[in-house]
Design a protein around this ligand. Structure first.
Ligand code: ADP
Length: 488
């Protein structure tokens, strides 16, 4: 592991409330740590209930006085497009901040995550002036009534984001803003720095003061206050299924609308007829991309018996050759996991699997003793009841199982509380499309993995979430449909 010499960018270390950059009302702060070396790189305000109150009040004022929702739709579109342009123009800076804060390789941050965030703003900018209600010929009305619908913004939205893809998830502001909502964003405490820089770019682009507020702080303080706040009309949460449940409970008070993008334990099937030269690297990428910290990571690998040895040894070989290192070092292919807490959790889960009788074909523990690196790990000899097979690990760990008959595939795929994604590698069209129909997952990939697009709905069946993001489906939760009936 080489110690990369990294220029230090300027960090925004205040929160954004009502257009002002400010500290927490309590004056408290918390440290931000670079997971590649464990060093503190900034201190951020530890926002709490009073700060969330102030942010929600600012959002409410901005919503009620129409400074955003009252703009011509094409003006909102122009401003959101400008946000996208500014993100693109600052991709080197934003990418470096992301790497220092989250640990991911710089190339991935700068050339993958930052442009994806820009694309989200650009995509939803183009929806602003295409959101229309309809006139309705009422089923019981005939010529007696003139009836139509209006699409109106849902109001003040709380957006709570995770640490695995900080700027991409902060860009979940885009559909809310396109709909005309005012927002309070609570980024993950481990990775708030790109969200704060994005806040500066939103203002520079012309988003009026108070329309986007950003409160930093711990989940149990700022996050729970936002989820419970009676002045919030909708909360969009991305994170673990456990915390998603807490958000739902907190939302009960005022029955705010809730959308949830939660965890997964997504299966990858490799059939005997698959193109294995394609399936093997794809299965490795499914599990190890972003150090496995992706909600849709392909972490259950099922291979038809005849191909099992070749596929698992191929994935293990790739795992052993992945270059781990400080994300700021261009040679690094995989960075650390995000925090010491995650390191302990991931290593603890691997250990539990090994104690239960699993065998590590590659990896199996921590890498080095500086920073929070985990060896890419493939576990074989697993049983369906083991925690490593059932629970989301959110680290670079995949479990491998052989199966015999294609008729087993759907049952194995659906044997999970989760249902975010699933993949199958096969040359047989019927096998592939039948799998797609029968598997209970929000996204199904055939002969590929991790292909996510803004125009395709994204979300989970079962305990992987409520609702869909991306596409028009991702905009609708930010809009109320109002029916207007006039007697003629
Ligand atoms: P992790 O436990 O791995 O940090 P979480 O799903 O808890 O993952 O975190 C996702 C986001 O949810 C973060 O912004 C975090 O601060 C926030 N969060 C954590 N606990 C709560 C809570 N009780 N209510 C609302 N948000 C929370």
């Amino acid at each position: 592991m080489s110690n990369a010499v990294v220029p230090s960018p300027r960090f925004q270390t205040s929160m954004l409330i009502g257009g002002e950059w400010t500290g927490a009302a309590s004056g408290r702060t918390f440290p931000v740590v670079n997971p590649a070396d464990g060093r503190v790189i900034a201190d951020l305000p530890a926002g709490g209930a009073a700060d969330v109150d102030a942010a929600v009040a600012a959002a409410r004022r901005s919503f009620e006085d129409g400074r955003w929702t009252g703009l011509a739709p094409r003006e909102r579109a122009r401003i959101l497009s400008r946000v996208a342009d500014l993100i693109d123009q600052h991709k080197d800076e934003l990418g470096l901040i992301e790497t220092l804060d989250n640990g991911m390789p710089l190339g991935q941050a700068r050339d993958g995550h930052v442009p994806a965030a820009a694309a989200n703003f650009r995509y939803y900018a183009s929806w602003c002036d295409k959101l229309n209600g309809k006139t309705v010929d009422m089923s019981g009305g005939g010529a007696l009534y003139h009836a139509y619908t209006l699409l109106q913004p849902v109001g003040v939205v709380g957006i709570i984001t995770p640490w695995n893809a900080p700027i991409i998830t902060a860009a979940k502001l885009a559909p809310a803003l396109a709909a005309g909502c005012s927002c309070v964003l609570k980024p993950a405490e481990d990775t708030s720095l790109t969200a704060l820089r994005l806040g500066e770019l939103l203002i520079e682009a012309g988003v009026p003061a108070g329309v986007v507020n950003i409160v930093t702080g711990l989940g149990a303080e700022a996050g729970s206050a936002l989820a419970a706040h009676p002045g919030v009309d909708k909360v969009a949460f991305t994170g673990s299924t456990t915390t998603g449940r807490a958000v739902v409970s907190a939302a009960l008070g005022n029955l705010k609308k809730v959308s949830l993008e939660l965890g997964g334990k997504s299966p990858v099937f490799v059939m005997n007829d698959a193109d294995l030269d394609r399936a093997i690297p794809a299965a490795a990428n499914a599990a190890f991309a972003n150090a496995g910290q992706i909600c849709s990571a392909g972490t259950r690998l099922y291979v038809q018996r005849e191909s099992y040895e070749r596929v698992v040894s191929g994935v293990a070989e790739i795992a052993r050759n992945i270059r781990l290192g400080n994300g700021a070092d261009a040679a690094s292919e995989m960075g650390p996991v995000v925090s010491e807490k995650q390191l302990d959790r991931v290593v603890g889960m691997i250990r539990a699997g090994l104690d239960d009788g699993a065998e590590a074909l590659a990896g199996g523990g921590r890498h080095g003793d500086v920073g929070y690196f985990v060896q890419p790990t493939i576990l074989a000899n697993v049983r369906p009841d083991m925690s490593v097979v059932r629970e989301e690990i959110f680290g670079p760990v995949v479990v491998a199982t052989a199966f015999d008959d294609p008729s087993e595939v759907v049952g194995l795929a659906n044997d999970s509380d989760y249902g975010l994604a699933a993949a199958i590698f096969t040359r047989d069209l019927s096998t592939g499309h039948n799998f797609a129909r029968q598997v209970r997952a929000g996204t199904v990939w055939m002969n590929t993995y991790h292909v996510v697009d803004l125009s395709m709905p994204w979300g989970g069946f079962k305990q992987s979430g409520w609702g869909r993001e991306n596409g028009l489906e991702g905009l609708m939760p930010y809009l109320e449909h109002k029916s207007v009936v006039a007697a003629l």
